[in-house]
Design a protein around this ligand. Structure first.
Ligand SMILES: *Cc1c(COP(=O)(O)O)cnc(C)c1O
Length: 392
């Protein structure tokens, strides 16, 4: 007989999902009610408001898509694009490549502007592409490239898109709640995020937001959105602001309780305080990791505090180290992805998982495992270096 599933208790310091705050797990277990129940509708309205506050936007078209970040990505592209449209995509890692896939599956053309993995998006190259392609409908970029740990200046990129009369599309799956993100101030037209990274909520929802300009493009499409499920013209009949909520699909009721709770927690902490916390824990982590003799892939200026790509010596067996961390410390860190597979670890300090306890655990556990693998490391010196950052 198959028995109930009880997952092991882990510390999640990979590229997502991150550790979920127990308050959110408790919210998830509250009684399921109907997705058209007046009490639920009121919670939806609050969730929308909390999302606007987290995105720093007054965009009316702001809501969570009932599926993970990848579906938020697909929502943005399928709703904004029609056959024959051209889109400039700035790629510096895995997720820019997924944007290309999305654009092409919409029957549109992707104009790629490529930068090295681990570097930030080159502003001049992006502007040149805008100049060279005056008919481009949109410029798309990833704010926080989770595959490399690099941050790009989406504020400047979106400003340039507007200057060349282009819509701007931003992937903020890993940035929301972890680093500064200002949807209105930066003039972002369409943005999607995820719940399982810096919001520390359960995976499976994707907050999205569209400017009035982008909403108009969606309303005035010549062709139907090819995805019935993701067609915002239909979804809005359920999530729209007016009172007449009508059935589109059954909302993931309990997951939405969880998102609501995670946004309440973010509001209680304050957005700026959350950004500062991520920055502080990152600084302490850097001090410890560098004292262990390991190197960061991304230049200091463009490093994401919530996703640390760390390279390791050739002599180290990547899989053995991660297995030892999981088995001996119940600690999950991420492997490299795409071009960086096998040469880096991706260590997340996201949301609830971005705390002093995890920083010190990871440095000592990783240090001990590396020592067992024969690397000459001074674990206590590394832990002390991290501690010193908190003390200063
Ligand atoms: C995780 C991630 C996604 C995909 O989100 P899922 O919830 O896994 O579908 C998209 N973009 C970036 C930058 C991500 O880190």
């Amino acid at each position: 007989m198959i028995r109930s599933f009880h997952p092991p208790v882990r510390t999640l310091m990979g590229p997502g999902p991150s550790d979920v705050n127990p308050r959110i797990l408790e919210a998830l277990s509250r009684p399921t009610i109907g997705h058209l129940d007046p009490a639920f509708i009121q919670m939806m309205d609050e969730t929308k408001l909390l999302l606007q506050q987290a995105f720093l936007t007054s965009n009316e078209l702001t809501m969570p898509v009932s599926a993970p970040g990848s579906a938020g990505m697909e929502t943005v592209f399928t709703n904004l694009l029609e056959r024959g449209d051209r889109v400039i995509i700035c790629q510096n890692g895995v997720f820019g490549g997924r944007m290309k896939e999305n654009v092409e599956r919409c029957g549109a053309e992707a104009i790629m502007v490529e930068d090295l993995w681990g570097s930030t998006i080159d502003i001049d190259k992006a502007e040149q592409a805008l100049r060279d392609n005056p008919d481009a409908k949109a410029l798309a970029c990833v704010h926080a490239e989770t595959s490399t740990g690099a941050r790009s200046d989406v504020g400047v990129l979106c400003g340039l898109a507007a200057k060349y009369d282009c819509l701007s599309i931003v992937d903020a799956v890993t940035s929301l709640g972890g680093i500064e993100l200002q949807v209105d101030e930066w003039g972002i037209d369409a943005i999607y995020s995820g719940t399982q990274k810096c919001l520390s909520c359960v995976p499976g929802l994707s907050p999205v937001s569209f400017s009035e300009r982008a909403a108009k493009v969606i309303r005035e499409r010549k062709s139907k959105v090819q995805s019935w499920f993701l067609d915002l013209n239909l979804v809005m009949a359920y999530w729209g602001g007016d009172a007449k909520r009508s059935y589109h699909h059954t909302a993931p009721v309990n997951s939405l309780y969880a998102l609501h709770e995670s946004l309440v927690i973010l509001q209680e902490e304050g957005l700026q305080n959350a950004w500062h916390r991520h920055a502080l824990n990152h600084d302490a982590f850097v001090a410890g990791i560098e004292t262990l003799g390991l190197k960061f892939v991304v230049d200091k200026e463009y490093r994401l505090p919530q996703l640390n790509a760390v390279s390791f010596p050739d002599s180290i067996d990547d899989g053995r180290v991660r297995t030892a961390l999981l088995n001996d410390y119940s600690l999950e860190i991420g492997a490299g992805l795409g071009a960086l597979a096998g040469s880096v670890w991706r260590i997340g300090l996201m949301g609830y998982a971005s705390n002093k306890k995890n920083v010190l655990l990871c440095i000592s556990a990783l240090g001990n495992v590396l020592a067992a693998e024969g690397l000459a490391v001074d674990v206590s010196k590394a832990v002390a270096a991290a501690q010193a950052v908190y003390a200063s």
